[in-house]
Design a protein around this ligand. Structure first.
Ligand code: MN
Length: 234
């Protein structure tokens, strides 16, 4: 691209997440891991002892700050999945050590991996891709990012998801099958990670369906929170 080249249509606005205390974190890619809590693998009818992590992705512009999320088109079974989200400030390939992986982390947020469960079930059945199940518009509500130095040791925190004030998910992050550094190491052997990448780290048991008007709150530790409600059909 030359400096003199002009875009032929208006370029899309970059996706971003608010940082606690001020500033915006620019989103490059959104990586997600599936089957990362044994009790959730079990509730989905799988085997907890899978030997390689399952990765998928959402488009960067699926990220929304919360508020009202439109009930997506083309589904009868929209599910919440409360998750810890990791934001990267640096990148790399073939990361080898947990220490090197930890140094790449800018901060953490609470987020929701919204899922069209009916599409995912159909994709699993025919061995097809998960894009329509996972990568639809507004499928990644994320709360403010807390900087890593302020967040402290996230592996000691617990995640809970409340729907209309009733607790539906509750699990210590220490019960992840693949820890945050292990996820970063594994992803870096498949993709060159870069600053701006977000990683959804999987959901514990207790996923369920959402309908119009539902209020969702995902809380991690004392500081991370993602709140949104489900609006009218898109
Ligand atoms: Mn998920």
């Amino acid at each position: 691209m030359n400096a003199s080249d002009k875009f032929v249509i208006a370029p899309p606005r970059p996706s971003a997440v608010r940082v606690h205390g001020g500033g915006l974190f620019p989103v490059r890619r959104v990586f997600c891991i599936g089957k990362n809590y044994a009790d959730h693998v079990k509730e989905m009818g799988g085997d907890a002892k899978s030997d390689a992590p399952v990765f998928f992705a959402k488009p960067a512009d699926a990220v929304v700050a919360g508020g009202v999320v439109a009930f997506p088109q083309a589904t009868e079974n929209l599910h919440y999945e409360g998750e810890l989200v990791v934001a990267l400030k640096s990148g790399g390939r073939d990361i080898e050590t947990a220490g090197a992986a930890a140094e790449m982390i800018f901060g953490y947020a609470a987020g929701c991996d919204l899922t069209r469960r009916d599409h995912q079930a159909a994709a699993k059945q025919r061995g097809g891709p998960w894009d329509t199940a996972k990568g639809f518009d507004q499928s990644a509500p994320i709360g403010e990012i807390l900087r890593a130095d302020a967040a402290g040791d996230m592996s000691a925190a617990s995640l809970s998801t409340l729907v209309n004030d009733a607790q539906r998910q509750s699990a210590p992050l220490s019960t992840m099958i693949w820890s945050v550094p292990e996820i970063i190491i594994a992803l870096s052997k498949l993709f060159e990670l870069r600053p701006g990448d977000l990683i959804f780290t999987g959901t514990p048991a207790g996923v369920g369906a959402l309908t119009q008007g539902d209020r969702v709150a995902i809380k991690i530790g004392d500081l991370l929170e993602c709140r949104f409600s489900i609006g009218a059909h898109d």
